[in-house]
Design a protein around this ligand. Structure first.
Ligand code: ADP
Ligand code: ASP
Ligand code: MG
Length: 406
């Protein structure tokens, strides 16, 4: 008897019919004699709707209350799924993140799992129950409810797979697997049969929300293969794992894009030690994550400093940075929220020159202006006007011949 972990995303449990469809798929796994632990996301757009509701009540909902509010979305879907399974004659029980033993730190809205004690989950499995765990949530030592960041149910699933010693974590969603680009933007995108943790982590971090980046991190750390597949079909999906063959690794594998970004530029900043710290330490204290940072070469000890943040954090970041800009004597502090980023990713780029030039050439042929560039060993990212992101992704997908299976 094997232990199977399955995770179903929001669109897979969006209404009563879909919940019953998921219940049938779980029942089929159970009927094969396996023990099944299921993680669910909130139904459809519930999390977005709850956030909107909070902001209709106040501009400052407070992170503790917001986390409790958002955690209710996953409680609804997990309880309904348990009811559907019971109605089909199966033993099933729903558990909140806290009941499933998920302890986190206290960083509300982006908590990290510190420890997972699956005692209750194991007890319920031993009783013969199918266990349905509410994704995306945990609890602090002070018994406050936390959430793991948008898309975090994937992380709940991989963490459970690791702590229960499952052989694989199955993530079921509304696409066939991980593709060479977001199929919503590039209909010709090819589904990949397999991808390594390293490439998947870059893809997820740079916008491919098909799997949560921290789920990939945990998968790699505990060597748990992650299968991403459709909850609507029986096609085989994409296996994220550590044993991808050399040949498959040797090329650009996928294009990622992200529309959730804004930039802040401090113009005319004095170039002296301590200036960067005086800007970025207060941002970190305000729990604002900064992505790309670029400092221009200084002329007569005056420079410009640009960095990017998520759009949702722009107002708060400006509130923090404006007074600092004034106190250090910067000429001005300006922002732009109409940006997006597009990345080419693949281990094949490692130590191989020419990829950056090809990428810049493709964007220039389309008349797309590159505002900032960042790279890792296996990724090149260009920050561009958000209105040109779709065009850029499609052109890059064609230029790197990703529509041809390899
Ligand atoms: P779920 O609700 O099941 O967690 P998400 O909406 O979080 O699903 O993730 C699935 C979505 O990820 C797809 O609908 C697709 O538009 C998007 N996506 C972005 N990049 C990719 C990619 N490279 N391959 C597959 N899907 C992708
Ligand atoms: N419901 C949460 C979200 O929408 C978590 C998840 O879906 O994984 O971000
Ligand atoms: Mg998701």
């Amino acid at each position: 008897m094997a232990l199977i972990i399955q995770k179903y995303g929001g669109s897979s449990v969006a209404d009563a019919e879909r919940i019953k469809n998921v219940a049938r798929r779980i029942a089929a796994a159970r009927a094969r004699g396996d023990q099944v632990v299921v993680v669910v996301s909130a139904m459809g757009d519930t999390t977005d709707d709850l956030i909107k509701m909070a902001y209709q009540v106040t501009q400052q909902p407070g992170e503790r209350e917001l986390d409790v509010l958002l955690s209710t979305g996953e409680l609804v879907s997990s309880t309904l799924l348990a009811m559907a399974l019971k109605n089909m004659g199966y033993g099933a029980i729903s558990l909140s993140g806290a009941q499933a033993g998920i302890r986190t730190d206290a960083s509300h809205s982006r908590a990290r799992i510190l420890n997972l004690n699956p005692k209750r989950v194991v007890e319920e499995l031993e009783k013969g129950n199918i266990v349905i765990v509410a994704g995306f949530q945990g609890i602090t030592d002070e018994m406050d409810i936390t959430t793991l960041g948008r898309g975090g149910s994937d992380t709940t699933a991989v963490a459970l797979a690791a702590s229960l010693g499952a052989e694989v974590c199955q993530i079921y969603t509304d696409v066939e697997g991980v593709s060479t680009a977001d199929p919503r933007l590039v209909p010709e995108a090819q589904k990949l049969d397999e991808i390594g943790y390293e490439e998947m982590l870059e893809l997820a971090t740079y916008g491919a929300k098909v799997v949560h980046p921290r789920a990939v991190e945990l998968g790699e750390l505990f060597n748990i293969p992650i299968l991403v597949a459709s909850s609507f079909t029986d096609s085989p999906g994409t296996l994220i794992h550590g044993g991808v063959s050399m040949e498959v690794r040797n090329k650009v594998r996928s294009i990622a894009h992200d529309l959730d970004m804004a930039k802040i530029t401090l113009v005319g900043v004095p170039d002296r030690p301590g200036i960067a710290a005086s800007i970025f330490e207060p941002l970190a204290k305000a729990n604002i994550s900064v992505d790309t940072i670029v400092q221009n070469a200084s002329i007569e000890n005056i420079t410009d400093l640009t960095f990017t943040v998520a759009k949702s954090q722009l107002d708060r970041a400006m509130d923090v940075v404006k007074p600092i800009a004034e106190s250090i004597g910067a000429r001005e502090c300006v922002s732009d929220s109409r940006l997006g980023k597009v990345s080419i990713i693949g281990t094949g780029m490692q130590n191989t020159p020419g990829y950056a030039a090809r990428m810049f050439g493709v964007l220039s042929e389309r008349g797309i202006n590159i505002q900032l560039i960042t790279t890792s060993e296996i990724r090149i990212t260009c920050i561009i006007d958000e209105a040109r992101v779709k065009d850029a992704v499609q052109a890059l997908h064609r230029a790197f011949e990703l529509e041809i299976e390899g």
